[in-house]
Design a protein. Structure first.
Length: 159
């Protein structure tokens, strides 16, 4: 029998923004503020508008004719540098993290899929065909560009 393929996926996307780590982290962890600079994704969260450990955050993403949902729970925070998330079910389960590292030019912002597994039948097929990680990377790159635009040019966002 041939070598098995891991059912887990990993990916990291990074961008440099000309803003302090505190400002970048705040933009990523304040859900109502994030909803303003990140159009195209509906977000719902438990409790406070600011992220906290144990909080569940849900997303609705419309991409062309398709709509999908995912949720994660905040499992750890090291303000203003890291936030850890655990996907809570379908279509994904696994761990991810946001990381903000100060540099001389501003801050390096990264989103890490540390160990993510598709759980629904359609998600598994999507990933096996190679489209899952590619789509994640494209959407993450788009979000990071919107964050950069928001932090560097004000609140006007281009989609």
């Amino acid at each position: 029998m041939g070598a098995s393929v891991s059912s887990f996926y990993r990916s990291t996307r990074t961008i440099l923004v000309k803003a302090s780590a505190e400002k970048a982290y705040a933009a990523l962890t304040d859900w109502s503020g994030r909803a303003e600079w990140r159009p195209g994704i509906e977000m719902n969260w438990e409790g406070n508008t600011k992220a906290f450990v144990g909080q569940k955050v849900s997303f609705k993403v419309k991409k062309g004719p398709f709509t999908y949902f995912f949720s994660y729970r905040i499992t750890g925070m090291e303000a203003p540098h890291r936030m850890y998330m655990e996907y809570t079910g379908k279509p994904l389960k696994g761990r991810a993290a946001l990381e903000v590292v100060p540099t001389e030019e501003g801050s390096q912002v990264s989103f890490h899929w540390m160990k993510v597994e598709p759980t629904s039948f359609l998600a598994k097929v999507y990933f096996l065909l190679g489209m899952g990680v590619k789509a994640h990377q494209e959407r993450t790159d788009q979000t990071l560009r919107m964050l950069k635009n928001y932090l560097e040019k004000g609140t006007e966002t281009k989609v």
